[in-house]
Design a protein around this ligand. Structure first.
Ligand SMILES: [Zn+2]
Length: 83
């Protein structure tokens, strides 16, 4: 039972990640999100991954990347922003 609930909560938490990083969640949602992170073995790593990638997308010098890699990264970033 707990496992099923956790999986459902993870799915909801993942949907909230970008809003959370942008500070766009209501206080109530943010509290629920953070409570889930504390009890979840998966989501904190996922959150860090997204946070790092978003930072990289904003910090990488365009010359460091091949055009393909740059397009991939920008596409990935835009998808997160718009989801
Ligand atoms: Zn989780």
């Amino acid at each position: 039972m707990r496992l099923l609930h956790r999986d459902l909560a993870c799915q909801q938490a993942v949907e909230l990640v970008t809003d959370y990083l942008e500070g766009a969640l209501s206080r109530r949602d943010r509290r629920r999100f953070e409570a889930h992170l504390r009890g979840c073995p998966n989501c904190p790593a996922y959150l860090e991954q997204i946070r790092t990638t978003i930072q990289l997308a904003g910090a990488i010098e365009p010359d460091d990347l091949t055009p393909e890699a740059r397009a991939d990264l920008i596409g990935l970033y835009r998808r997160w922003r718009s989801e």
